[in-house]
Design a protein around this ligand. Structure first.
Ligand code: C2E
Ligand code: MG
Ligand code: MG
Length: 572
């Protein structure tokens, strides 16, 4: 190759401008250099030669000015060819455009084992290229750090949710193109909350880190893993086509995690429960993540430490639940909930002392539905709070209109007790209808109270202080009945109808008698009101009377029924 150096150096040593220029250049902190191009026969720039530079430049390259001037660029800057520096310079020179941010690693200057990076800024001046450059190593590191934060989870060192969602999308695109399927595994750490709450957050973090590492070890080579939520991880594996392949991945993950470990001074065997979904040609990331989530919930219900694949039955269940939820909302707005009343009597003379309010759903197509048909869904969705307020509204307006004698008992579920707006709604409804506190009783089941003990006991105490009765419903079916009587502000209890039924049943009536007898004694000792539920026969009634039970309720005295004047309520 024939190279010509167009070396145009003008030394105006005598000129005032030149002195000023040199002074300006030498005060610059950034290195600055003037280059002149070398062209081949076709006029293509093939190298540059250094014509001049400022002090900062020669300090930077650590070579005295005299030794450096006139040296071709390609010979002096290591690795610049790969960086495309020559092309960038040539472009800047021939087009007259400045070029910015060409990052050139300088192997001579290393930082932390990596070459430092420089941004070059060039401009053509006459037939020279004037360059300044700036060390951007720190900026590049900051950018890397930002990228790290954007795509990694600092606690576990694994990728994060954003990255894994992108990765899932990417794998789905590949799978669609080649007709394969992607296995998506959603892992939840078992009992994480217990560790976090009881051993502290540091222990929780340690557990997350440990499990994260083990999951990473258990992922097949083709797959990827990420921390997806607080104690959730996502594993994405391409080319998983059948149940067998799913089982292999899931079993390996379970096995990798479930090794004994010691942390926070405890020996534990961590475990994960896994929800799995397999992509279909039309799957998208959102639908797959939703499916794995449902499968995880199912797997947790069946057994912790297990895995479960999403199937259409799950889909049908969820779909049904969602549609029931939507229907319940409409029902609330359309006033389809009605209240039936069942009398509570004095067992000695059958006189009515009050009623229990029992909700029904007058379904437009399915007819009259009992609480068991819709309360579980209403509780799961929280809609039970709204339903409870509707029931209270009917009850209070019936009391206010003089349609009911004595007190009225209303049932309250755990979800209602746990809701911060329940108590206020209850009191407001009472106040709106001007109902006196001694006309109302709240029935709570032991299970309900136990599950939300702290929140519940405060609310119940407030009710008691107002003079509203609190009865423990279905007494005897829970686990800590007697201690609850001591700890909770209850004014009465309702013996579960199972024990009443057992009183006159052929098999083992002895236990039922002993229990009814014992509870009756306990009640009189604690000065509680006792009501026996589900009395269907005169024999049951007389057995209860002889044991000292004063009040009762059951088909023998009256089934739950609407008041003649009851009108469906409409939510405003
Ligand atoms: P519960 O509070 O224990 O209500 C008594 C249940 O026993 C009622 O069932 C009633 O119809 C039934 N029952 C009454 N006497 C007899 C009898 O002699 N024999 C038999 N076999 N059963 C009898 P229901 O109305 O189906 O209510 C079921 C449960 O639903 C109630 O149990 C209560 O826990 C809940 N519930 C009812 N209404 C409401 C409500 O408005 N809000 C809430 N949160 N729960 C309610
Ligand atoms: Mg009840
Ligand atoms: Mg009951």
């Amino acid at each position: 190759m024939n190279c010509h150096a167009y070396f145009v150096m003008t030394h105006h040593e005598d000129s005032r401008n030149a002195i000023l220029l040199r002074a300006a250049m030498d005060t610059m902190l950034d290195p600055m250099v003037m280059l002149t191009p070398l062209r081949d026969d076709d006029g293509v720039i093939v190298n540059f030669v250094t014509v001049d530079g400022n002090d900062a430049f020669f300090r930077h390259i650590n070579t005295p000015r005299e030794d450096y001037l006139g040296t071709p660029l390609l010979d002096t800057v290591p690795g610049q060819e790969e960086a495309g520096l020559l092309q960038a310079y040539a472009h800047a020179f021939d087009s007259g455009e400045p070029f910015i941010a060409v990052e050139v690693p300088n192997a001579d200057e290393m930082q932390g084992g990596r070459p430092r990076l420089f941004d070059f800024y060039g401009r053509r001046a006459l037939d020279q290229l004037v360059l300044t450059f700036r060390d951007v190593t720190d900026r590049a590191q900051e950018r890397q750090q930002l990228e790290y934060l954007a795509y990694f989870d600092p606690l576990t060192g694994l990728h994060n949710r954003t990255w894994s969602r992108n990765e899932l999308e990417r794998q789905l695109t590949i799978a669609r193109a080649n007709g394969s399927r992607v296995g998506v595994f959603f892992l939840g750490i078992d009992n994480f909350k217990i560790v976090n709450d009881s051993l502290g957050h540091a222990a929780g973090d340690e557990l997350l880190h440990l499990v994260g590492q083990r999951i990473a070890d258990g992922v097949p080579d083709t797959g990827s893993c990420a921390r997806f939520g607080s104690d959730e991880f996502l594993v994405v594996v391409p080319n998983v086509d059948d149940d067998e392949a799913i089982a292999e991945v899931a079993d390996n993950l379970n096995a990798a995690v479930s090794e004994e470990a010691t942390f926070a001074g405890f020996t534990v065997v961590p475990s994960v429960t896994i929800g799995v979904a397999l992509s279909e040609p039309d799957s998208d990331a959102s639908s797959l993540l939703r499916d794995t989530d449902s499968a995880l919930v199912r797997a947790k219900i069946s057994r912790r430490g297990s895995w479960q694949r999403f199937d259409n039955q799950m889909f049908a269940d969820i779909h049904r639940r969602l549609s029931v939820e939507a229907e319940l909302r409409t029902a609330l707005a359309n006033g389809e909930f009605v209240v039936f009343y069942q009398p509570i009597v004095n067992l000695t003379d059958d006189s009515v002392i009050g009623h229990e309010a029992l909700v029904r759903w007058q379904h437009p197509e399915r007819g009259l539905l009992g609480p068991f048909d819709f309360l579980p869904t209403a509780e799961e969705s929280g809609l039970v709070v709204g339903i409870g307020i509707e029931v209270m509204r009917v009850v209070c307006s019936d009391i206010a209109a003089g349609r009911l004698a004595g007190s009225v008992s209303v049932n309250v579920s755990a979800v209602e007790l746990a809701s911060p707006r329940w108590l206020a709604g209850f009191q407001q409804t009472m106040a709106e209808h001007g109902v006196a506190a001694d006309r109302l009783v709240v029935e709570v089941t032991e299970t309900a109270v136990l599950s939300v003990l702290d929140a519940a006991s405060d609310d119940l105490r407030t009710l008691r202080a107002l003079g509203i009765g609190v009865h423990l419903d279905d007494f005897g079916t829970g686990y800590s009945s007697i201690s609850l009587l001591r700890d909770l502000p209850v004014s009465g209890l309702k013996l579960d109808r199972r024990f009443v039924a057992d009183l006159t049943s052929e098999s083992e009536p002895g236990f039922a008698h002993a229990l009814a007898d014992g509870v009756a004694a306990l009640m009189s000792g604690l000065n509680l009101v006792g009501i026996a539920e589900g009395i269907e026969t005169p024999e049951q009634a007389s057995a209860l009377i002889s044991q000292g039970w004063k009040f009762g309720q059951g088909y023998l005295y009256g089934r739950p029924a609407p008041l003649p004047a009851t009108v469906p309520v409409r939510a405003e």
